[in-house]
Write a protein that binds this ligand. Structure first.
Ligand code: SF4
Length: 321
């Protein structure tokens, strides 16, 4: 299937000065990342806090500059950010953020906010937009009563449903969901994830689903990419990654994630904290935390290499497995 989203060799570097007169450091927040999402597919994008996953999500939408690489959407390069062509493109690529309360305007009713994208982009006849807003609310499991309410009058789950309804107003082909359920109670998380799955099945939307929570990613993803300190270390089908993770970092993440009906699997859980991105370890950046690191891991950066038809892994030891 041809890619809806195709991002190649993405790079983003921030400059930071150490102290007032200290030296300037380059922090490679995203380094050589390739991603693709097909129509109707969910790519889970997993990593710890500070791994570069949210920055990557913003880059593919043009909300964060690219220092390297290229983003193609439906086969075309992403237009320059802020241009009329980019604004048109953005109606086809929407983002859902972690905190629905921050994403909504507290002064406007839910109905007005769901209708807003239709007004901004002049979509449909004016007199039909209220009706369209109500049908979007119904699509996400809210009722017409919620249209007249303000964000603070809704529960967290209802607010996130309203945010999803607003994102769907322009009939996007791609949703970038950045930790969309992290701020919700566990019971509500499952409902929102099920809603996203249902919408995807019905509307054929592609999704880039960013999360630190492997349990949630497993529930919704067809494929998963695991990122560590700005680089993808393993990518494959959700089933392969959970049944037989190859990279020691993925193995540790899976070990820390409960398996339905099987408890935790017997692998060594992740040790220590992620290193400071401003002081990236040499060679394989995971080597200070890796239980099977060898001497060469400190000097030599492993490249992301195809292991079989569907999986790529960046680890010196994987070819031996
Ligand atoms: Fe561990 Fe070495 Fe593989 Fe990195 S390359 S994950 S340090 S074994």
């Amino acid at each position: 299937m041809s890619a809806l989203l195709d991002a190649r060799n993405l790079g983003r570097t921030y400059r930071m000065r150490q102290g007032l007169f200290g030296r300037v450091l380059d922090i490679h927040a995203v380094d050589g990342v390739d991603l693709s999402v097909a129509p109707g597919e969910t790519l889970g994008f997993v990593g710890e806090s500070g791994s570069g996953k949210s920055t990557t999500g913003r880059m593919v939408l043009g909300l964060e500059p690219l220092d390297a690489g290229e983003v193609r959407f439906e086969g075309e390069p992403l237009p320059p950010t802020g241009s009329p062509a980019w604004r048109r493109q953005r109606t086809r690529m929407q983002m859902i953020f972690q905190d629905p309360l921050a994403a909504l305007d507290r002064r406007l009713t839910i109905g007005v906010q769901v209708r807003e994208p239709l007004d901004i982009h002049d979509i449909g006849a004016r007199e039909e937009r209220d009706e369209r807003a109500l049908s979007l609310l119904s699509l996400v499991g809210l009722s017409p009563v919620h249209a007249a309410r303000y964000p603070h009058e809704l529960s967290g789950g209802q607010r996130q449903r309203a945010v999803i309804a607003r994102a769907l107003a322009t009939e996007p082909r791609l949703l970038v969901c950045d930790e969309p359920v992290s701020a919700l109670d566990v019971s509500i998380q499952a409902q929102v994830v099920t809603l996203l799955q249902k919408l995807q099945d019905n509307l054929g939307i592609g999704m880039l689903f960013i999360s630190h929570d492997l349990r949630v990613v497993r529930q919704i993803s067809h494929r998963i990419a695991v990122i560590y300190l700005g680089r993808i270390v393993e990518e494959g089908t959700a089933e392969d990654l959970f049944q037989a993770p190859l990279h020691p970092y993925t193995q540790a993440l899976v070990a820390a994630s409960p398996e339905p009906g099987r408890g935790k699997i017997r692998r060594q859980p992740l040790q220590g904290d992620p290193p400071n991105p401003a002081d990236r370890p040499s060679g394989c950046a995971f080597h200070p935390r890796c239980p099977v690191a060898e001497a060469r891991c400190r000097d030599s950066l492993p490249s992301l290499t195809p292991v079989d038809g569907t999986r790529r892994v960046a680890c010196h030891l994987v070819s031996r497995q």
